[in-house]
Write a new protein. Structure first.
Lengths: 186, 186
């Protein structure tokens, strides 16, 4: 939990993102969430009329914004596409170490549980595609061949790399990803 | 749910694997599980003294055996390493279509929830490494350079590819994976 004095709505969102990332959407109870966020039940339904599911959408968007910011920062002063990718992988490895080497992808944790929830699925799809689109934009800017396939591949490597890093509890898996990116991609 | 008349222990394991894959370990209640498996509570604790957590370990092992079998079959008549990988990716794409394009990795769904559970973590690590070791063995047999890195990369691509396939609800992501494997790998 953050210690900064945040508005209740932000506190709810950030707490939800952290708890879902640790235990999955179904693994977090409403009372646990409210206690952690130090928010009364009424404030939850004030800000998020549908309660937990509304909050999950907002938490996933917030976590996704963090990833978009990470991509933007990594490519800000990049000399070329590979340089940007290497910075991004290092930053994600650091994030992994900070997360206690356990948490899963926040979008996946929040929005990929509950097979019947079309709204969750569509939201996850849009957030993921927004990451991929941003990387594709940088690939285009640097004149990389096949920018869409390149961005897809990077997404795949980061998701799968995070999973193997979790299993091995070793962020070097993420740091080493650029070495295994296809040559035709970089 | 399978319709074959299986022994209770197997019914419990397969039902658990299916339900966890759909809703995550925390998202499945014991009563739902017993009802789906048509098993009395006593039989659960007879076969799995620690109940749900014991069952989760067995379900993950069972699902993992399925993946090992898929790798073995894919490489059985492979002409070369790339041929085996292409067969494997096609088989996994078919599995994805059969799964209703929704389920997550069974190991991940079962064993990556609950940050305090060292036993789950260790079990997931061992199962994943057994997949990687088997692929590494085939890479060695076919004289591929860097067999360990190759096997790691394939694991990463399959995990991440499955995730993107879920988001897009499109198994072609998995079918196309071999096109994006590094040239130095194949």
């Amino acid at each position: 939990m953050t210690k900064r004095p945040l508005p209740t709505r932000d506190r709810l969102i950030q707490t939800a993102a952290e708890l879902f990332q640790r235990s999955g959407y179904n693994g977090v109870g409403l009372s646990e969430l409210l206690a952690e966020a130090q928010a009364p039940k009424g404030s939850l339904y004030h800000h998020f009329p549908k309660g937990k599911s509304d909050l999950a959408l907002a938490a996933a968007s917030w976590a996704s914004d963090g990833m978009l910011e990470l991509i933007a920062v990594s490519f800000k002063d990049a000399r070329d596409f590979r340089d940007g990718i290497e910075t991004l992988c290092h930053k994600i490895a650091k994030l992994f170490d900070k997360s206690g080497r356990w948490e899963t992808c926040p979008i996946s944790a929040t929005l990929f549980e509950g097979p019947e929830n079309q709204l969750f699925r569509d939201h996850a799809y849009r957030l993921y595609e927004s990451w991929i689109a941003q990387v594709r934009g940088h690939a285009e800017r640097f004149g990389v061949d096949h920018p869409q396939e390149t961005a897809d591949t990077l997404f795949i490597m980061l998701q799968g790399g995070w999973q193997l890093a979790r299993a091995r509890r070793n962020s070097d898996v993420l740091r080493n990803l650029p070495r295994f990116l296809p040559a035709n991609v970089l």
